[in-house]
Design a protein around this ligand. Sequence first.
Ligand SMILES: *Cc1c(COP(=O)(O)O)cnc(C)c1O
Length: 428
Amino acid sequence: MEKKPFLTLEKAQEIVKNVPTPFHIYDEKGIRENCRRLYKAFSWNKGFREYFAVKATPNPYILQILKEEGCGVDCSTITELVMSEACGFKGSDIMFSSNVTPEEDMKKAYDLGAYINLDDVNFVPFIERVCGIPDTVCCRYNPGGVFELSKSEDGVQVMDNPGEAKYGMTEDQMEQAFLKLKEDGVKHFGIHAFLASNTVSNEYYAALSGILFELAVRLKNKTGVHISFINLSGGIGVDYRPDEPTPNIALIGELVHKKFDEILVPNGMDDVAVFSELGRYMLAPYGALVSTCMHQKHIYKEYLGLDASAANLMRPAMYGSYHHITVLGKENEPCTEKYDVTGGLCENNDKFAIDRMLPKVENGDLLYIHDTGAHGFSMGYNYNGKLRSAEVLLKEDGTYKVIRRAETMDDYFSTFDFSNDYKFNTKL
Ligand SMILES: *Cc1c(COP(=O)(O)O)cnc(C)c1O
């Protein structure tokens, strides 16, 4: 689909007067409408709930919007738990899907009454020791092998490699864990798995739910436990590229519904709640990185030099990911120039795009890098002393609000102690 910015040049220019580039901006209207589409798609399931993967966009203002739309949160660290607590999430509003979990983090999840999702069978004695046994416990499943969906109608193939993934338990371990937890007094059980990431096929959730629903029936029959929810986790993708299909959430919901009716209902398990734990699907398209072109150079190729770098958006450098780029105000100009779009890190992989066709760019032009609303700001880092950018919310009424100020040098230096006797010159 054609990729359109949610921000106009005029609005961007207004914001830039107060908030220097680079900054990430989020579209409240888009976020809310998308949430409602998701809830509508799963409205056939009484207990359906989305637990937003906080790691994708850990900003309290974003979490508040999602909370107003009925979402819970999925946390994996104590910091994410504390941020969620500050936003008013508690008890069953919180899913704690963590791995290699420190004691302190597990204890915090327990104290908040979160749903605890155990990544390993050894976490059964671990929670007994460090916190206690909650009424409801979820276990994470890993089927091993290769997960593959053949090319479907949408022409998209999905493949991932659970056998090489560090997460989850084998089926035998799930059974052992359930039996031991039942003996320890757990009343309700959940099942979770995450088998493939950023899938743009509408078939992924249905295939995963088929696997998990059948597993749930086997586990119920073998252990006699009550399974109260099945967490389909994250993995629904977005169309980063203009030629990729946009996931059709209504269809995805319908396909999961079919599996539910085929597998769970005949086994007397129609009270099972379906949960999701989406990050990317919830936020990626509703965030963008806005950056100014500062420099241009011509050597063996044409380079644009932006004031943003991989420190603001790591995905292209880390995964070679495609992010669409629009030059604001030049939406309708022909893409006649071929550029490498770069940041200023001393790393040659600091390129937002390679050989990208764009309209002729002038220094001072504002570039809008699409689909950075999830795993964008949050994967940022401080290499080369680059400071984290601001985050801005474009509100439903068209006004904007800075929801995180840009980092300053003082923030960067604040973890050093200059007050000792190493004779630092701190009067600079
Ligand atoms: C990252 C993550 C998610 C969200 O994944 P997306 O690809 O952003 O949807 C959900 N659950 C767990 C356990 C995760 O680690």
